[in-house]
Design a protein around this ligand. Structure first.
Ligand code: ADP
Ligand code: ADP
Ligand code: MG
Length: 454
């Protein structure tokens, strides 16, 4: 069992990890940049360590600074959260080489499943259907153009190392394809330090459905699915569990395929296997695996009663999975909305600033995971997620009513946020019927632009 945990992340997920550590009796050591010295996580942790300047490259992405600080603090383990170094295999290896435990899978497992091209091959090998596309990385333009013609346009050009909705382009014609490919390569090189690309058929009107898995290196279990189709620029804004679109027999097949893949790669820790789902043909296709805790994990916690962050810390400490598959049951419906410091009336422009008059929702089935406190100054250096409002109720309809009620209670004075967007979504007829797909929200935003600016 671990005695101390170094948290190499910030924001709401750092707060979430501190909570899990505290309940396990583990000492929480919080890393922070100079811009985060006054953060809630720093206030809550047992100890806080400055790891460098505000710019993430010099602090939260600085492997050496983090390893040195964790060692000096005598940490047993490092939790990477999500984003930053969470899916960096070299970091996972460096943590182990420095004599500490990485809370997540091995560097090798990250290399296999974090690289989207090798993850596709692993999925195919495990018998999990993948989106039709290039077998491996694209080697040369004319060969790629031939594959694209064969699959048929529109074609998606994706970065092997991409993430967070970045590194993806759609080409509608061969001309566009030939024009975009070199640009995409240069962008991927600049953004991810790896210019590797692959291509996939665009699955029109697909739903994004993902399966939460837990593994101990030998055995894996699933904790059902999350539906994350309400996206803007391929970033999730509203997530829920269960998916309103999945017939029970497809759910069973989908979840079984995720377990098969996790076991095939001897997955250790918490992970998410993402799929696109065609709700007319009932076909599903693997798109990627996230080898870390995900932003939207709380919806799964609400419907299963598990604490996923606790489970991943226990597994990192050497424990076997504590549950059999039959022990994982689900009940009711949970919805999460992302509260970002962005102005939905101004094309989601980031809105850093000072929080005043914070009022946080409460009451039955209501959870608000946030790093906000009254007077907190949101720094301009990092992503815009301020918190996640999550609700649970017996049915989806009741959960939506509860979400509306909780959103009305939430007041973040001083900042523009995505709250008004979520209020409108909760009242939308199609959202209420669960009738949407990954490209539903963007045209909806255009159609509702005036309502959003009121
Ligand atoms: P989730 O997959 O948990 O829904 P997001 O896609 O919103 O989460 O990503 C969570 C955070 O991690 C965001 O800050 C995003 O920018 C970042 N992120 C995700 N994948 C990567 C990656 N491969 N490289 C760098 N940052 C990433
Ligand atoms: P990231 O690592 O950035 O999360 P993903 O591969 O998970 O990248 O894709 C992000 C989103 O892009 C998906 O949730 C989906 O909305 C869309 N997408 C990805 N691949 C396809 C595809 N082949 N066809 C249609 N949409 C796709
Ligand atoms: Mg993804």
């Amino acid at each position: 069992m671990l005695k101390s945990l170094f948290i190499a992340n910030r924001g709401e997920i750092a707060v979430r990890i501190i909570r899990a550590a505290r309940e396990l009796g583990i000492r929480a050591i919080q890393a922070h940049s100079a811009a985060d010295a006054t953060s809630l996580a720093v206030r809550m942790a047992d100890e806080a360590v400055d790891i460098g300047p505000p710019h993430a490259a010099k602090s939260y992405l600085n492997i050496q600074a983090i390893i040195d600080a964790a060692r000096a603090a005598k940490a047993d383990a490092i939790h990477p959260g999500y984003g930053f170094l969470a899916e960096n295999a070299a970091f996972a290896d460096a943590v182990v080489a420095a004599g500490m435990i990485f809370v997540g899978p091995s560097g090798d497992a990250i290399r296999t499943m974090g690289d989207k091209v090798s993850a596709r091959s692993a999925a195919e090998k495990a018998g999990v259907p993948v989106v039709p596309g290039s077998g491996g990385r694209i080697a040369d333009l004319s060969e790629a153009a031939q594959i694209a013609e064969r699959i048929g346009f529109p074609i998606m050009i994706k970065a092997a190392a991409g993430g967070g909705g970045r590194g993806i382009r759609i080409a509608n014609t061969r001309e566009e394809f030939e024009q975009f490919l070199p640009q995409a390569q240069a962008e991927a090189q600049a953004a991810f330090g790896d210019g590797g690309l692959y291509i996939e058929k665009v699955i029109a009107r697909a739903r994004h459905i993902e399966v939460q898995v837990l593994g101990d290196g030998e055995r894996a279990i699933h904790c059902f699915e999350r539906e994350c189709s309400l996206q803007r620029r391929r970033q999730k804004l509203w997530e829920e569990a269960p998916s309103p679109a999945l017939p029970e027999e497809v759910r069973r097949k989908l979840c079984a395929s995720a377990v098969a893949l996790a076991e095939a790669v001897h997955y250790k820790g918490a992970g998410t296997i993402e799929y696109l789902y065609d709700d007319e043909s009932h076909d599903f296709y693997f798109i990627e695996m996230n080898t870390r805790i995900q932003v939207e994990h709380p919806v799964t916690e609400f419907i299963t009663g598990l604490d996923l962050v606790r489970e991943m810390i226990l597994i990192a400490g050497g424990a076997r999975l504590r549950h059999q598959q039959k022990d994982i049951r689900r009940q009711g419906h949970a919805i999460e909305v992302r509260i970002n410091a962005e102005d939905p009336a101004k094309n989601f422009m980031p809105f850093p600033g000072s929080v005043s008059g914070l009022r946080v929702p409460g009451g039955p089935g209501t959870r608000f995971d946030t790093m906000l406190y009254d007077g907190y100054q949101v720094p301009p250096f990092y992503d815009s997620l301020l918190g996640k409002l999550i609700v649970w109720d017996e049915t989806r309809e009741q959960a939506i009513a509860r979400m509306k009620r909780a959103l009305h209670e939430l007041d973040i004075g001083g900042l523009k946020t995505t709250k008004p967007l979520h209020l409108l979504l909760a009242e939308d007829g199609e959202v209420r019927k669960g009738q949407f797909h990954t490209r539903w929200l963007e045209p909806w935003l255009e159609a509702n632009a005036t309502r959003l600016s009121q």
